[in-house]
Design a protein around this ligand. Structure first.
Ligand code: IPM
Ligand code: MG
Length: 356
């Protein structure tokens, strides 16, 4: 099986190196091929998604992705910016279903800024539509009005078929979990959301066992903090899902803990931590590699059909947390909680390998 390895920028290469260590320790017949993306792609080939990188991603069975972005690229014209490499990869590979599970490990319930009793035992899945919405809608741009003032434009749009396929993904995910699906929109204001809701209700007829509910996105943002355990699966559009998944990450203690899978219609996928490239801590051996290691576990499960190996990796992560190992983001300063020890990126990766 061929894995395209795209480390990207900032902490991307460091955290991906730890995930690769873990995969190698499993001694599977995996062929890893690396290519630059994001700022690294721009530096290497003048393009955040070099042609060779896209070709490798297309030909691979799965893609393992680090993170992209850096201050040095912020002044480039928008199509050349690192984020465009990631967005184009998602679009080109048709990765419309983005699974972002938020799980609170028992040892980390007190690492969340939300009270432990609110988050302990949390296990929810945010399913974010990933190739439509205001991220890709045309028209877009900045133009100058007759008055001489500039105006910025982005367009939120969803076709029925785009909503239908992510709704099906949502209902199928709910069937495999707690059989509850909450669709999140802004149907009280946006026509796009009105259509979204209609289509989700239509699709629901095919899944009579799933209990469907609807929330406006502002209410959902509040409910996630008030009582997150009311949710099982949340399905939502691209931009609402972007925002709600960052919010949900804080329930788990750290954004450094959240993996993701982005799947196409045939479960080919790209796997990446939901956090960014964190240029402020890049190269310092302090980033948390667990979101990336857990993303590799998702790759084993969803694209490579290796559920037993995925379970092993997830169990190893639980074990190192139980052993008290904490990267800076999940270590409670000052001094740390009883029985915990602050470790660096590499030490955390080594500990997961040892736990395997
Ligand atoms: C994410 C990120 C990306 C997004 C950025 C880096 C383009 O925030 O994966 O959530 O907005 O989708
Ligand atoms: Mg985001």
């Amino acid at each position: 099986m061929k894995i395209a390895v795209l480390p990207g920028d900032g902490i991307g290469p460091e955290i991906l190196a730890e995930a690769l260590k873990v995969l190698r320790a499993l001694k599977l017949p995996l062929e890893m091929q690396e290519a630059p993306v994001g700022g690294a792609g721009y530096d290497a080939a003048g393009d955040p998604l070099p042609e060779a990188t896209l070709a490798l991603a297309r030909s691979a069975d799965a893609v393992l992705f680090g993170a992209v972005g850096g201050w040095e690229y912020d002044k480039l014209p928008r199509p050349m910016r690192p984020e465009q490499g990631l967005l184009r990869l998602r679009k080109e590979l048709g990765l419309f279903a983005n699974l972002r599970p938020a799980v609170v490990y028992p040892e980390l319930a007190s690492a969340s800024t939300v009270k432990p009793e609110i988050v302990a035992g949390l296990d929810i899945l945010i399913l974010r539509e990933l190739t439509g919405d205001i991220y890709f809608g045309e028209p877009r741009g900045v133009h100058t009005l007759a008055s001489g003032e500039r105006e910025g434009i982005n367009t939120m749009r969803y076709t029925e078929s785009e909503v239908r396929r992510i709704a099906h993904s949502g209902f199928r995910a709910a069937m495999q979990r707690g059989k509850r699906l909450c669709s999140v929109d802004k149907a009280n204001v946006l026509e796009t959301s009105g259509l979204w809701r209609e289509v989700v209700i239509e699709v629901a007829k095919e899944y009579p066992e799933v209990e469907l509910s609807h929330l406006y996105v502002d209410n959902c943002a509040m409910q996630l903090i008030r009582n997150p355990k009311q949710f099982d699966v949340i399905v939502t559009g691209n931009i609402f899902g972007d925002i709600l998944s960052d919010e949900a990450s804080m329930l788990t203690g750290s954004i450094g803990m959240l993996p993701s899978a982005s799947l196409d219609a045939n479960n080919k996928g790209m796997y990446e931590p939901i956090h960014g490239s964190a240029p402020d801590i890049a190269g310092k051996n302090v980033a948390n590699p667990l979101a990336t290691i857990l993303s590799a576990a998702m790759m084993l499960r969803y694209s490579l059909n290796l559920a037993a190996e995925a379970d092993r990796v997830e169990a190893a992560v639980r074990r190192v947390l139980a052993q008290g190992l904490r990267t800076a983001d999940i270590y409670s300063e000052p001094g740390g909680a009883a029985g915990t020890r602050k470790v660096g990126t590499r030490e955390m990766g080594d500990a997961v390998v040892a736990a395997l």
